[in-house]
Design a protein around this ligand. Structure first.
Ligand SMILES: O=C(O)CCC(=O)C(=O)O
Ligand SMILES: [Fe+2]
Length: 309
């Protein structure tokens, strides 16, 4: 068995100063954090209900922001009946993101520096609630077809990821450049009512903190029996379709990504060769919207009026 990913497990209900410090350390060392879902922030029933809504999706369905509980985009009739439930779930995700951003600010001794740049109004941030469905392996698939979602890092500030017990697939790239599976139920959480919510740092927050917080590369694979060297986690399988729900949190588009007034950020020196070390320490101040545009342009250059070479 490959060794499972080394990701800290944090209970947000502990003493807040300690929790804040743990979150900052986890963001700096790992870029991924398990937040135990003990029902204080997101009730297990709400997660179950959200997964129960996903039945009809083909591969992915993205909700942009809801305004007055209404999606601001055309949504298929099959989904429209549940609009209020989707919106309520998005609200729970927003609230949890705000809490984590406030704690990260507390841990860096910059108070509301991050949290106040988010969700100042109902729209204008590019935050997305995404429902994902990955088909089961096709019996003939070999080699290159064993990747369900290619290696990437997320663009925004933080991402919340909800997964289902028993469903394998997520891996993170470790510092030694090898992949490690990320169990849905890390040791000690097996009896929780709902699996921990996986939080990861996105490129924007890494940029904003001059690389102190790591935006860790991850992917989704078929871990067993497909000859890709990934062996997965006991008790998890990929025989069934896999479902996940991600909430990608972004600051308001006009938020300016000015230097974080934190000693720890100021004093941070990227380790040599650290892949996600931030090259922009002496940079011009971007807004969150400009940062997103830059990332999208890197990925989808031709669509954004650039020619790729
Ligand atoms: O489905 C997953 O477990 C991860 C999805 C993901 O990384 C993404 O959509 O950015
Ligand atoms: Fe991702």
């Amino acid at each position: 068995m490959s060794t499972i990913a080394d990701i800290p497990i944090i209970d947000l209900s502990g003493p807040q100063a300690e929790v804040a410090e743990q979150l900052v350390d986890a963001a700096a060392q790992h870029g991924f954090i398990y937040v135990r879902n003990l029902g204080h922030d997101i009730p297990a029933a709400s997660v179950d209900q959200a997964f129960a809504l996903v039945g009809d999706f083909k591969e992915a369905f993205n909700f942009g922001e809801f305004v007055d509980h209404k999606a601001q985009q055309p949504i298929p009739p099959t989904i429209a009946a549940d609009e209020a439930k989707f919106s309520a779930f998005a609200d729970l995700c927003r609230a949890l993101c705000l809490k984590i951003l406030a704690l990260l600010g507390k841990g860096l001794e910059v108070d509301t520096f991050f949290s106040s740049a988010h969700f100042q109004s109902q729209s204008g941030s590019g935050s997305i609630l995404r429902f994902l469905r990955y088909p089961p392996p096709s019996p003939t698939a070999k080699g290159s077809n064993d990747i369900r979602a290619g290696a990437h890092s997320d663009y925004g500030s933080i991402t919340l990821l909800f997964r289902l017990k028993g469903q394998a697939g997520l891996e993170i790239l470790k510092k030694d450049n090898t992949w490690a599976p990320v169990p849905v139920l890390p040791p000690g959480t097996e009896d929780d009512d709902s699996p921990p919510i996986l939080i990861n740092i996105g490129d924007l927050l890494s940029y904003w903190t001059n690389g102190l917080f790591r935006s860790t590369v991850h992917r989704v694979v078929f871990p067993t029996g497909h000859g890709n060297g990934a062996e997965g986690v006991p008790g998890e399988s990929n025989a069934q379709p896999r479902y996940s729900i991600a909430y990608f949190c972004h600051p308001m588009e006009n938020a300016s990504l000015e230097a974080v007034p934190s000693e720890r950020v100021k004093n941070f020196v990227p380790q040599e060769g650290q892949k996600d070390a931030n090259p922009y320490a002496e940079r011009k101040v971007l807004t969150a919207g400009e940062h997103l545009f830059m990332r999208l342009k890197e990925t989808y250059g031709t669509l954004y009026g650039d020619t790729k070479d």
